[in-house]
Design a protein around this ligand. Structure first.
Ligand code: MIG
Length: 824
């Protein structure tokens, strides 16, 4: 029967169904008076799980209406999802590009009290009485447990649900992570929000800032676990702020979907988080050098004056930045020809002098029918539109602008292609700013702006937090495509979890104050453990005026930040490393040189990140999480795992206390050996800062150069610190600028150092297909407790070695050595 009228039977059964629902939900609209039956919207909680189903590594539990999915991702990672009325959203995440299923084994158990999904390492318990979800390790130790069942609230205005999860917060539990939050390192007692925000001259405790990283690590009773709440909507986290016994997180929409990531060490959690969200690709080696930026260096003569200043002052520098004034009326992908008549020539001249040019590109495209980028975007309908199909328009630097929808893959490809001309001109890197997205006056886009969202559609409520990340993704992928086998450098202000696959970040518009130096230190450590390894602050402070001392202290911290760039706002005084005169210039030079000497160490640490998911900066608590006091240390950190640094963050400070984790440490400047596990007082005259090297380390060193690649490296210095227990070190080498490492063309060297009062031994092993061009090492032994009489390298005596007055011992030997003994 071809009819639109449903038959009576169907109507009757539908009515019966509706009545059942009415009983359960009491939200049914009575036909005779629809308004009567509407109850105020209330939060709904999961009922009791009455059923469990298994589908491969996915387990489903339901209370008859709502459904909970438990996915075993790896032995240590379990994902939880909630569907309030039993229907899950389609699987899609910008943060987790591919959900790998790597668990070795998993089983579902059931008894009177609970269902339990067990992997090799952890258990997920679903309690029958109340649907509480909890996690435990192999020793029956409960690490995380619901304080109330997962819940939700219908969103009448936009559809969908506000979703909530509340867990028990323990008296001694500490919390870390969440990206760039400008507050104490330990987040215990705080409530924080994720909504990318342009926060010019942000203040201590201001929230939210530029990035949204919905990932935190808990440490309780010495055991760490992580929660990654992969939800792009505006989200909040409460770490025992409202109620000291509860930790909650919730979002304005999307799914209640989170990953439980087991430790037991913080490092395990971070590494697993990188399994989900990916790591940073290897940067070009030059990008680990020093970068000089300002809003803005123009015209060309000014740029040249600055770069010349570096070479004349013999202060190494690799990156030079062009901020918005290089463009024609702030139109992206154009040049102001009055200021820069021949950009290609200028960039190639800069390159000949070792400078890599990085240009800023913002998302706002000027509405101007004579402007090619706007015309293309308009023709192809690449710009974002409002709910009623009007274009999203707002004012930014170029004036009235429209904004590409970077959540559309076609738009990303188009945008990526726009870099072709810049790359042909020789541009080596791109800086994405204002991509929260920032709009003058309004702050950002209105909620109703629509996004293609890679085919999964959404309003700005859903796309806001990932807009910047998709912009820099489009930038990175475009550059990569155009540059072929050369590594692009990208830097972004906004981001979401996973942004590290495409870009480095800086902490945004900070202020030239001692407080901001402290904040920057915390922010970089926090970003590092939140999956964003390549981070730095505007050295000197973006707004305001640092004095010479503050600037120098900032350079010192910057020398031990993963990303090192000085930047300043346009209305400030000159801000180059020589701008403050002596003694500052000399000290700034000394630390920038140190940065360059340690490049092979930083580069190896970067490889450890890229390949194995280690962060570059490691807070003290990450080394010794079982010591409660360490949960509150936020000044000192290690740079890689061998170098401990404590920035000096107060004016006029001539000494300060530094905590050293257990083990033996060498004072980098004096070679004094100190037993760790305690605080020590360290003198901090302006030309030094507390730096310590772990005993047994092999710290590789390059000769100082004015820029990466200035000279062929002729030998690598290995600084070998004495130890009386075995210590491993690594050195990673490759071409430094190609993607050959993806084809295994690299060399991973491992050094093992051990010693006693009569001898020190160093062994070296290598893996990989790369052959560095230098031939020899210059070995420098530090802290030997004896005067060496004999050195035997690969079975042969080394006769030519020097014993210096400071006790160090130097000699040269082939880079291919396997085993060296230094004997009393
Ligand atoms: O509205 O491009 O954070 O680094 O120099 C200010 C000009 C826009 C903000 C960035 C800053 C940059 C500045 N930008």
């Amino acid at each position: 029967m071809e009819s639109n009228i449903p038959n009576q039977e169907l109507i009757t059964s539908k009515l019966a169904e509706a009545e059942n629902l009415l009983e359960e939900e009491e939200e049914f609209h009575h036909l005779n008076n629809p308004a009567d039956g509407i109850k105020p919207i209330i939060k709904k909680y999961l009922g009791t799980p009455n059923h469990a189903d298994q589908l491969g590594n996915k387990f489903y539990f339901t209370d008859g209406d709502a459904k909970v999915e438990v996915v075993v991702v790896t032995d240590e990672i379990i994902r939880i999802r909630l569907a309030p009325h039993g229907v899950f959203l389609e699987e899609f995440s910008y943060a987790v590009p591919k959900l790998e299923h790597k668990a070795t084994a998993f089983t579902l158990y059931e008894d009177e009290i609970e269902f339990r999904v067990a992997t090799k390492s952890i258990n997920c318990h679903i309690r029958k009485q109340d649907f509480f979800i909890s996690f435990s390790d192999n020793n029956n130790h409960i690490t995380s447990t619901d304080a109330v069942p997962m819940h939700w609230e219908e969103n009448v205005k936009f559809g969908g649900y506000y979703v909530f999860c509340t867990k028990t917060c323990h008296t001694d539990e500490s919390f870390f992570g969440l990206g760039d939050k400008p507050t104490e390192f330990n987040l215990r007692g705080k409530r924080l929000k994720n909504w990318n925000t342009d926060a010019y001259s942000f203040a201590w405790n201001q929230d939210p800032l530029y990035r949204s990283i919905p990932f935190y690590i808990s440490v309780n009773e010495g055991i760490a676990h992580g929660i990654f709440f992969d939800n792009t909507f505006k989200a909040q986290f409460d770490f025992g702020a409202e109620d000291s016994t509860k930790t909650s997180f919730w979002a304005d929409g999307g799914e209640l979907q989170y990953y439980y990531i087991h430790g037991p060490h913080m490092m395990d959690v971070v590494k697993s988080y990188h399994i989900l969200t990916g790591t940073h690709p290897m940067p070009p080696l030059w990008a680990l050098g020093y970068h000089q930026c300002r809003w803005s260096y123009y015209p060309e003569a000014k740029v040249k004056k600055i770069t010349r200043g570096f070479r004349e002052n013999k202060i190494p520098c690799d990156g030079i930045y062009l901020d918005i004034d290089y463009m024609d009326g702030y139109r992206c992908f154009t040049w102001n020809r009055k200021y820069f008549p021949d950009p290609k020539k200028m960039i190639s001249e800069l390159a000949a002098d070792g400078f890599k040019t990085v240009v800023i590109i913002d998302p706002g495209i000027r509405v101007d029918d004579n402007y090619e980028v706007f015309k293309q975007g308009k023709e192809n309908r690449y710009f974002c539109r409002r709910c009623d199909d009007y274009f999203m328009e707002g004012h930014v630097w170029p004036g009235r602008c429209q904004f590409p929808d970077f959540t559309n893959p076609e738009v990303r490809t188009w945008w990526g292609g726009l870099f072709d001309e810049l790359v042909q001109m020789g541009v080596a890197g791109v800086w994405n700013d204002m991509n929260e997205p920032a709009v003058f006056g309004a702050g950002t886009f209105p909620d109703d702006v629509r996004h293609q969202y890679d085919g999964f559609r959404g309003s700005h409520r859903k796309a806001h937090n990932i807009y910047g990340m998709q912009m820099v993704r489009s930038t990175y992928e475009g550059l990569r495509n155009i540059m072929k086998n050369k590594r692009p450098f990208t830097i972004t202000r906004a981001g979401y979890s996973g942004v590290q696959r495409f870009s480095s970040v800086w902490t945004g518009d900070n202020v030239a104050s001692w407080e901001h130096l402290k904040l920057g230190n915390i922010q970089c450590q926090r970003l590092s453990i939140s999956g964003i390894p390549f981070c730095g602050t505007d050295i000197g402070g973006f707004s305001g005026e640092p004095d010479g001392e503050l600037f120098t202290r900032w350079i010192q911290m910057g020398a031990f930040s993963p990303f090192m760039r000085a930047h300043s706002a346009g209305d400030t005084k000159e801000r180059e490393p020589w701008s403050f005169g002596e003694p500052f210039t000399a000290i700034n030079r000394k630390f920038i040189e140190l940065r360059y000497r340690l490049l092979p160490y930083l580069y190896s640490t970067f490889w450890e990140h890229h390949r194995y998911g280690f962060p570059i900066l490691r807070p003290i608590v990450m080394h010794e999480q079982d010591v409660k006091l360490n949960h509150f240390r936020q000044d000192e950190y290690t740079y890689g795992d061998k170098i401990l640094v404590c920035p000096v963050m107060e004016a006029g400070q001539i000494q300060r206390n530094v905590y050293l984790p257990k083990g033996k440490w060498f004072n980098f400047w004096t070679y004094e050996i100190i037993e760790g596990g305690k605080e020590v007082t360290v003198p901090t005259p302006l030309d030094t800062l507390p730096v310590f090297i772990k005993a047994g380390s092999v710290i590789p060193e390059y000769p100082v150069m004015q820029y990466v690649g200035q000279h062929e490296i002729e030998e690598v210095k290995l600084n070998i610190y004495y130890t009386d227990y075995e210590v491993n070190s690594f050195l990673f080498e490759d071409y430094g600028e190609t993607f050959a490492y993806e084809q295994d063309i690299y060399l991973e060297k491992k050094f093992v150092v051990d010693g006693n009062l009569r001898k020190l031994t160093i062994s070296q092993s290598m893996e990989g297909l790369y052959t560095p061009r230098y031939e020899g090492y210059h070995l420098n032994l530090i802290g030997l407790p004896f005067k060496p009489a004999k050195i035997i390298a690969d079975g042969k005596a080394v006769n030519d070695f020097t014993i210096n007055t400071d006790g160090t011992v130097e000699f040269k030997f082939s880079k291919n050595f396997k085993y060296i003994e230094i004997l009393k």
